[in-house]
Design a protein around this ligand. Structure first.
Ligand code: 5GP
Length: 203
């Protein structure tokens, strides 16, 4: 029987470069896949339905909750976000490592359901660097940037709930992706992840 893949939860502030690090990992490791969430928020410029998110109505979202279609879901900034259950369960069963890029309320739900999941918080090396990065992108208004920074400050203590913190330094995306691999490796060596081996002693 194929060994189940690992579930990996990745969170971190907007501007931490989570997307870039995950792309580096996914492009180079075909045993990793990323789940595409469903959301009721409106698409932003550049967002593609089915790629960045499945953009659905609130009615559709509530219906999927009723049908137990989500592994977890949360309300964030007045919008619903949820992880489609079927994709994740199928990929894990097929031995793929599945990445969920979600916020902390969802991460806590996953922790209850999958105690063996790996929880990773990605951040720049300091709040100052985060401020610089968001401003130098030049894509958002100062209002939006201020709002993102305020959210990042409020959510920073949640990092302590995660298993690992990865610092995504400027120009060091590969290093950050390699550290995700190292976290997954470390987790796979834990005794609880290897109960089947210990069980063979008693067969
Ligand atoms: P954004 O609207 O900026 O794309 O995402 C807002 C927040 O929602 C981010 O922190 C993102 O990680 C989180 N998020 C995206 N998809 C999901 C999901 O399926 N479940 C949960 N709980 N959070 C999600």
């Amino acid at each position: 029987m194929k060994k189940e893949g690992k579930l990996i939860v990745v969170s971190g502030p907007s501007g931490a470069g989570k997307g870039t690090v995950l792309k580096e990992l996914l492009d180079n490791h075909e045993d990793f896949v990323c789940s595409v969430s469903a959301t009721t928020r409106a698409p932003r410029t550049g967002d593609e339905d089915g790629v960045n998110y499945f953009f659905i109505s609130k009615e559709q979202f509530l219906q999927q909750i009723e049908q137990n279609g989500f592994l977890e879901y949360a309300v964030y900034n007045n919008n619903f976000y949820g992880t489609p259950r079927k994709f994740v369960e199928e990929k894990l069963a097929a031995g793929k490592n599945v990445i969920l890029e979600i916020e902390v309320q969802g991460a806590l739900q996953i922790k209850k359901l999958f105690p063996g999941a790996v929880f990773i918080f990605i951040t720049p090396e300091s709040f100052e660097v985060l401020c610089d990065r968001l401003r130098s992108r030049g894509t958002e208004s100062e209002d939006i940037i201020e709002n993102r920074l305020a959210i990042a400050k409020k959510e920073a203590p949640n990092a302590l709930l995660y298993d690992y913190i990865i610092v995504n330094r400027d120009g060091k995306v590969k290093e950050a992706a390699d550290e995700i691999l190292a976290c997954v490796k470390a987790e796979s060596l834990k005794p609880l992840a290897n109960r089947d081996i210990i069980a063979t002693y008693f067969e």
